[in-house]
Write a protein that binds this ligand. Structure first.
Ligand code: NAD
Length: 354
């Protein structure tokens, strides 16, 4: 059976890293006897330039019909005017919504050879291997009403934080399923001492935990979680939280690994196409130079193989090849080396078949 993958290289270094990652994805899939068909589409600034919109309806329809979507990054100084009606991120938000991906998954591992690239002390980083699961389509970023009005002579701004038990349940369940495959511990992060939505979150988390007797559940307030992520990150297995807390904590967690260029992400829903992308942006400062670190995107293709194409062995081979490349001292410029994106990818490809 042929798997249909939509490629959305996007802007800046997006096309450079996606171009390299596809080479690895093709090789790993071929070795596993899986055949892939790629369709490339525009998203973000390049789509604005071509069509006047950050994502066309045709592009969304292609993504919805695909088995998986691999995205580079969108945005850049050319489209940065905050007053502009049409902005690159609209493509990203529209795509997430259109695909119904409600959980964003960010695995963070610290390779022993990269400990010195992290701002944390080496002893705090030993054994760090965690996943942050962030709810992606609810909460404060989407709550209604929202807006500005004059109240008693003062300008008032309103945002609304809404969650239904169903929205909480589906993402917490996903976190428990991941934990079952891992160290069997879920840390549910909320602000239940203050927020009603967090009290509902906690109640639902307890209900879901009853479905997974083999997985331990701990509750943690978001302020405590932000400290624990830097004081004892190795104690966390799967951390699940709502949209805004997750937005902040995922960036904090990404610092542990040393370079933004190393980290992959997956956005998943129930069935349907998953969306895979590195966590970094379009890096306009190095775009066009061919020196971007392709490993975050390459590791995203491993997640694609694991979660959308059900090829865990092919995924593990890519991850092992990247691990070996790092252990062997191979480094792109962001990690203090001098390899280009293509050279680093050539090395990963060579290690894939070892
Ligand atoms: P960025 O992630 O693009 O870059 C931050 C720094 O990290 C830069 O110095 C960059 O050179 C470096 N960097 C990032 N990825 C790298 C890689 N693979 N290899 C080597 N170095 C890498 O973040 P930014 O500068 O804040 O944003 C630049 C643009 O990207 C903005 O327009 C922003 O809106 C957009 N952005 C897009 C996404 C996305 O598409 N998901 C995410 C974040 C930012």
């Amino acid at each position: 059976m042929e798997n249909n993958i939509v490629l959305l290289p996007g802007d800046g270094i997006g096309p450079e890293v996606v171009g390299q990652a596809v080479r690895v994805l093709e090789a790993a899939a071929a070795a596993a006897g899986t055949s892939l068909r790629f369709t490339e589409r525009l998203l973000g600034g390049c789509s604005i330039d071509q069509y006047g919109t950050a994502m066309t309806e045709e592009t969304l329809a292609d993504c919805q019909q695909a088995d998986a979507v691999l995205l580079g990054a969108v945005g850049g100084p050319k489209w940065d005017d905050p007053q502009a009606k049409v902005r690159p991120e609209q493509g990203l938000l529209g795509l997430r919504k259109g695909l119904g991906v409600f959980a964003n998954l960010r695995p963070v591992r610290v390779h022993p050879a990269l400990v010195s690239a992290s701002p944390l002390k080496p002893e705090r980083l030993a054994g760090v291997d965690l996943i942050v699961v962030r709810e992606l389509t609810g909460g404060l970023y989407f709550g209604q009403p929202k807006g500005r009005q004059m109240v008693d002579g003062h300008e008032q701004a309103v945002d609304t934080l809404v969650y239904t038990d169903e929205e909480i349940r589906r993402v917490v369940r996903l976190a428990f399923r991941f934990a079952q495959q891992r160290r069997k511990k879920v840390t549910s992060v909320d602000k239940a001492n203050v927020l009603e939505s967090s009290r509902l979150w906690r109640k639902v988390a307890v209900e879901v935990a009853a479905e997974f007797p083999d997985v331990a559940l701990e509750h943690m307030l978001v302020d405590t979680a932000s400290m624990r992520l830097v004081t004892s990150p190795a104690a966390i297995d799967v951390l699940v939280t709502e949209n805004m807390f997750g937005d902040i904590l995922t960036d904090e967690a990404s610092v542990l690994a040393g370079s933004m260029g190393m980290l992959p992400s997956a956005s998943l829903g129930e069935g349907g196409a998953g969306l895979y992308e590195p966590i970094h942006g379009s890096a306009p400062d190095i775009a066009g130079k061919g020196i971007a670190n392709p490993l975050g995107t390459i590791l995203s293709t491993a997640l694609l193989l694991r979660y959308s194409l059900n090829q865990p062995e092919a995924a593990a081979r890519i991850e092992a090849a990247v691990d070996k490349a790092i252990s062997d001292g191979l480094r792109t410029v962001d990690l203090g080396g001098s390899l280009t994106s293509r050279q680093m990818t050539d090395e990963v490809l060579a290690l894939l078949n070892v």
